[in-house]
Ligand binder design. Sequence first.
Ligand code: 0X9
Ligand code: ZN
Length: 423
Amino acid sequence: MRKMSILSLVFLLLPLAAFKSLPSSTSSLDTTYIVKVDASTREERTDISSLGVSIEEVYDTHIVGTCRPAQLADLKAKGFAFESFSLPAFLLDFPPGDGDFHNLNELNSEMSTLAQTYSHIATLSSIGKSIEGRDLWMMRISGPQTTGGEKPGIIFLGTHHAREHLSTEVPFFLIKHLLENYGKDEKITRFINEREIWIIPLVNPDGTDYDITDKPYKWWRKNRQGKGANEVYGVDLNRNYGYKWGGAGAGTDPSSETYRGPSAFSEPETQAVKTFIESHPNITTLLSYHTFSELILYPWGYTYDSIEDQRALKVHEAMAQSMGRMTGYRPQQSSDLYITSGDTTDWSFGEHKIFSFTFELYPASVWDGGFYPPASVIQNVVKNNIPPALYLIDYADNPYRVITTVQPRDFLTVSDVWPPKAR
Ligand code: 0X9
Ligand code: ZN
């Protein structure tokens, strides 16, 4: 991808001194910077994350992330060695074919057509509105003649972070795959008949729309909170959930890439997800799609400690490992990378004991396209991610089934998780 080869050239070839300087007084507060910061431990990475830098890649000796001018100053004040450069200078144009990514209208219209075509098993509804008043669309997929709530449930969430466009495509094509194979594929037919499946491909429509309106793309991460009379600052929706909200690994400065918001669930988007999940106690399993780095992450993110409940820990580990084998993605506890507070999966597991995973999809690195890989990769990424999605749907009746071979004596019957306790 042309853009990324420019980025790689920047880091590899240009003299270090060129990136050492802080932004000039003419830099806009909106300017996004790519930073490469020296850090070799998770504690250092957590400090960087707490300053409000969004860490995208973790290496043995450094991280690559994005931030705003204020965070560059903070990094300097804290003594971190870093290189940085502003994006606008390098984002001149994007590869042809990116039009195959769905914009909002295309996504909504295709979801609506699918719901009409497969009305016996699919229902499209809005779980709420974004800060700019856009609907947050959700597809419910379940076998005919169910009123809801009587089967084990699973929820897939896409695109909390605006610029992570593949994380909309994967859940959208998951919807399509499930619906188109109902009555044709024996396993999928059974899953749809026996589960209640909810898929929200785009939790952050405002941010995504802003990101792709006009080129070059804006590398926008957050929602569009603050628009109107005030300056847009945006809240990082994956720091706004209400379990251990306000801890390390989230920005407190509204300008930061990982701004947690003024309070837990301050944003309509996270509120809508919360309300939906809390009114569906049959949800046992959750997968939140992000990009990029090719990782499969499980709680905790807020602490280096492991999940205390050994059986629940083993379920997460076993599932992550299996899904890792299917995809080639690396399974690990979220905080092995760096601590975050207020993310989706800490809340869904911590508050509701829902087995919860974050996927960091393709590519592995910023050098392979980062947030903006060419659209030609979409179908391969989708294909790679169908098996783990089906696997989770399969085990959503009783996730403890995955550890029966590991610890036969620890086996819990379905009645331990099903029917679920009221939330
Ligand atoms: O930082 C995030 O919200 C996620 N990464 S992303 O590049 N998509 O922004 C990862 C969250 C995982 N949690 C922790 N590392 N604690
Ligand atoms: Zn993300």
